[in-house]
Design a protein around this ligand. Structure first.
Ligand code: NDP
Length: 293
């Protein structure tokens, strides 16, 4: 049996269309639009590409985009001053500091300085804290893990009462993904680099979210037949048949996994497109809170 492919591109486009329609309605009703500010420190090419595509996505959705690029040697005080200015700007409803930042800047301090009501990445301790508490609602949820859940829900894959395994426990993906699954009443196990028997644990799962940054680690033989596999990983694998000499693969060995799973996300075209779509959705929700019902 070949798994059904979860088309992240199509689902992300549906989310982006919904956001664009809501932004159009907001402009018509209030004369105002959501605003997203992106702060980039340094000259990393990959970060510059991500920031460019975030700005383009904002434009397409009718979201105002603001941006500040600081040099590699910017001081922490300079970064904090930019964050403070966006915190005070009523036209900005979401502030995103592109990670990773240069080593001399304390990431925790900068992320903690973002007004939690504009914390569109959902990394502020108050938002993560609320995410982890029963009966509390975070204002924002990190984009990539929220995108994973949207993929499951919009594909009609049940979560409540199911057994879910998240491979990876980073603050950005694994841990918030596990918290989101638990909030939706899955029974969740987290596998990490010190877990001695990851295969055995994964084989129990109805839902596997792989976010370990290890190329093609999760094999078909690790999976329970019919399970849903969400592959967050993005890894460059040497491939001389490609013009650029490599192709992108996930943290799951796609071919063997697709033979066993019931549903699977491809790489690219799975989780990747969802991250930006959810960023737009988070920004819109920030603006909706700011402008009132
Ligand atoms: P990190 O490197 O921050 O975290 C990796 C996690 O995986 C850690 O918790 C680590 O465990 C765990 N891990 C590492 N090796 C193993 C192993 N052999 N077995 C089990 N667990 C292991 O990565 P991120 O969470 O930031 O990203 C994960 C993947 O997702 C990467 O491939 C990244 O490129 C991709 N990504 C994709 C995004 C998208 O938009 N599609 C967005 C963000 C990330 P420990 O805690 O013990 O060290």
């Amino acid at each position: 049996m070949a798994a059904e492919i979860i088309d992240g591109k199509a689902i992300a486009q549906a989310v982006r269309d919904e956001v664009r329609d809501k932004v159009t309605a907001m402009r018509a009703k209030t004369g105002k639009a959501p605003g997203l500010a992106v702060v980039l420190v340094g000259e990393r090419k990959d970060s510059q590409t991500y920031v460019r595509s975030k700005k383009k996505a904002c434009e397409e959705a009718g979201i105002e985009s603001f941006g500040t690029d600081l040099p590699e040697d910017a001081t922490e005080e300079e970064v904090l001053a930019v964050v403070a200015a966006y915190n005070a700007d009523p036209n900005v409803h979401g502030i995103l500091v592109q990670l990773p930042m240069p080593k001399h800047i304390n990431e925790e301090r900068v992320l903690g300085a973002i007004d939690y009501e504009k914390d569109v990445d959902g990394f502020h301790p108050l938002n993560i804290g609320r995410l982890s508490q029963r009966g509390r609602e975070p204002l924002f949820v990190p984009c990539t893990p929220r995108g994973c859940i949207e993929l499951l829900e919009r594909t009609g894959i049940p979560i409540a009462g199911k057994e879910a395994v998240v491979v990876g426990r980073s603050n950005v993906v694994g841990t918030p993904a596990a918290l989101l699954l638990q909030r939706r009443d899955a029974t969740v196990t987290i596998v990490h680099s010190r877990t001695p028997n990851p295969e055995e644990i994964c084989r129990r799962a109805d839902i596997v979210i792989a976010a370990c940054g290890q190329m093609e680690m999760v094999k078909g033989s690790w999976l329970k037949p019919g399970c849903a596999v969400i592959d967050v990983g993005i890894n460059a694998k040497d491939d001389p048949s490609k013009k650029r000499g490599y192709r992108l693969v996930g943290d799951v060995e796609y071919d063997s996994a697709a033979e066993v799973a019931g549903h699977i996300t491809p790489v690219p075209g799975g989780v990747g497109p969802m991250t930006i779509a959810i960023l737009l959705q988070n920004t819109l929700e920030g603006a909706e809170r700011a402008f009132g019902p």
